[in-house]
Design a protein around this ligand. Sequence first.
Ligand SMILES: [Fe+2]
Ligand SMILES: [Fe+2]
Length: 292
Amino acid sequence: MSFVIAQITDTHLALTKPFFRDNFAVAAAALRASKPDLVVNTGDVSVNGADLREDLVAAKEMHDALGLPWIAIPGNHDIGDTQETARKQPIDETRRARWLDVFGPDYWMRDVPGWRLLGINAQLLASDLTAAAGQAKFVADAVAGLGGRQLALFLHKPLFIETSDDNEMSGHLLTPRARAELTAALNGVKPRVTCCGHLHEYRERHFDGVRHIWAPATAFTLADWFIPTHGGEHIVGYVELTLEADGSFVSRLVQPEGLQPLDLADFPDAYGDVRQIKAAMDARKAELAAAK
Ligand SMILES: [Fe+2]
Ligand SMILES: [Fe+2]
């Protein structure tokens, strides 16, 4: 028996900043037509849930309106960013409490035939929140109890860009400390597949026996001059995963007709002027490199 997951990500929804709602509506229609067993949103569900409860509530209501089973994990724009790299909006207790109140758990597990689905809060890794230890124990318990199941890991940020000893310190991927914490919690167990979003770049690669899927954003794409791609593509869409009870799986890119390849640079009211954001990001990167 197959279990079909639609992995959507980076929907960036809000009532007062409705720029990306039409793309969500297109994706929602495609999802309602294809009726996956589960929709998983791998974060940045909202425009600014890190500061605004109403953005989280709006995003939650739009997911409820799908009329399909769905679950989400938080992205940096929903719950705050990794403390080590955040220029602003680091994850903290207040932000996390807001997510828990509106969306429920920020890490979770689901068992389906032949597989264990494990969703984690990537921004909680390498943080000073007490829940970081709770999440690590949850992951350790989840892998200890795998039995014969395959593990599918969902998190907002890529584990690494090229190799698992990638030491880039930036908000783009797990920091070395965050990755080390996750690796320790996994205790030598390798997921069969990892599914993330965040970079708004579609890329699928096999590395060391693990398939790493970077799903494209539903909301918008990014210009190459703003954030260069890492061997993938700046496109919009989502990924459909079909998990088989024997542990095999297939993935495919879905690009529903009508989904617009919106460029964040054309929506300065969403996050500000992209050229200024890039300048700030470059300055922060230099700061982090100097601090190493
Ligand atoms: Fe995003
Ligand atoms: Fe993100």
